[in-house]
Design a protein around this ligand. Sequence first.
Ligand code: HEC
Ligand code: HEC
Ligand code: HEC
Length: 106
Amino acid sequence: MKKLTVFALAVIMTLSFASLSFALKKDVEFPAVGDEGKVVFSHENHTEKKGFKCPDCHPGLFKMKKGGDKLTMADMEAGKNCGACHNGEKAFAVKSPDSCPKCHVK
Ligand code: HEC
Ligand code: HEC
Ligand code: HEC
């Protein structure tokens, strides 16, 4: 009985890790607002290529749920969410006019 429980737990954990890494292959898309195009956030790019770890962003900067955060440029310019890194030091700045199209694509 106990063995069965351990086995069941192992299966559940394996499945949830599998679905997590599957979710991470999918980009997070933020719908277009006004004239600005939609924004595509790539987990793969930020974790595998840039080497960030989950706790660098979750839960401090973003909830682990698509659409879980209300993102505004004003907040980001003040250093929240994407703006914690996209501040012109760690990565291209949210407020510089030539960086808008790096995130907003039409
Ligand atoms: C550079 C920042 C960043 C890093 C690092 C990061 N995430 Fe995310 N994650 C996000 C953002 C942004 C969202 C979307 C939040 C929103 O829509 O409000 C998100 C959403 C998610 C979601 C929800 C996806 C969905 O479709 O609902 C999961 C699951 C998730 N992240 C897991 C992880 C895991 C696991 C790691 C580590 C391997 C990780 N994230 C690393 C920024 C990051
Ligand atoms: C690091 C990526 C990034 C950069 C750079 C960026 N944005 Fe955004 N922007 C976002 C995200 C993410 C959202 C949220 C979209 C949503 O919720 O659907 C957003 C939302 C917006 C919105 C709607 C919300 C609000 O605050 O009014 C406007 C307008 C906007 N951006 C304009 C701009 C302009 C203009 C620039 C260049 C000066 C820019 N953005 C640069 C990521 C970025
Ligand atoms: C933990 C730090 C961090 C956070 C948070 C973060 N980024 Fe980035 N991002 C980076 C770094 C570092 C780069 C690469 C440096 C550069 O290009 O200036 C980058 C690059 C990018 C790129 C360029 C893609 C490429 O191929 O290099 C886009 C687009 C982008 N980020 C969008 C976003 C959006 C949208 C958000 C918020 C939803 C976000 N990032 C949050 C660190 C971060």
